[in-house]
Design a protein around this ligand. Structure first.
Ligand code: GDP
Length: 199
């Protein structure tokens, strides 16, 4: 699956523009700068596919990626717009929330959302808000720590424990914490295997 050449399908600002819900889908979510583009690019082994969401002014779109494999594509990846800009205007936060709520409620093919958390920061209040939206929509989700190469193994272990404790309070969260590094490749094989197991 991840050996296939992947391509950008489209960016959508509303549910009506999504491709038909007829193939399994997974989504990636996280605060801006969490390392979401880097992780998606590492997953599909293409440096420029997902672009950094690091621009507060950028349109909030769901970006869809799929293998360029003709009509029978086994999976598509949805890159959810980053959240948590310090200075995000209220309307923008509301637009983000509406889009994500619509998406989570209206996508029966959505197998799992990977909620990315920066290993240096852990789960923040804003991440919990997203997790509550996922709990409410009863969408299965899983926390993936990013940039694991940036902290030492002891801190990573402690973070994994506190994160697990938090996950226990969220009914739709998968009770498991996967530590990854897009830069060093840590956890990538396990992430791929997890995704392959969902389709
Ligand atoms: P996005 O805004 O969530 O898409 O984040 P990006 O993928 O653009 O990454 C934000 C910053 O974190 C960039 O400077 C990346 O080079 C850096 N980064 C992302 N993943 C890793 C990683 O696994 N290890 C390290 N050390 N840095 C990373």
């Amino acid at each position: 699956l991840f050996e296939l050449p992947w391509g950008f399908v489209k960016g959508v600002v509303g549910l009506e523009h999504l491709p038909p819900a007829d193939i399994p889908e997974i989504a990636f979510a996280g605060r801006s700068n969490v390392g979401k583009s880097s992780l998606i690019n590492a997953l599909v082994r293409q440096k420029g596919l997902a672009r950094t969401s690091n621009t507060p002014g950028r349109t909030q779109e769901l970006n869809i990626f799929a293998p360029d494999a003709g009509e029978r594509v086994p999976l598509c990846i949805v890159d959810m717009p980053g959240y948590g800009f310090a200075k995000a205007p209220k309307e923008k936060v509301e637009a983000w929330t509406d889009l994500i709520k619509d998406y989570l409620r209206g996508r029966p093919t959505l197998k799992r959302v990977f909620v990315l958390i920066d290993s240096r920061h852990g789960i923040k209040a804003i991440d919990k808000e997203l997790m509550r939206m996922l709990d409410t929509s009863a969408v299965s989700y899983q926390v993936v720590l990013t940039k694991a190469d940036k902290i030492n193994p002891f801190k990573l272990e402690a973070l994994t424990e506190t994160t697990l404790g938090e996950l226990r309070t969220h009914p739709a969260a998968f009770p498991y914490v996967l530590a990854t590094s897009a830069e060093k490749g840590q956890g990538m094989a396990e992430l791929k295997a997890t995704i392959a197991g969902l389709i």
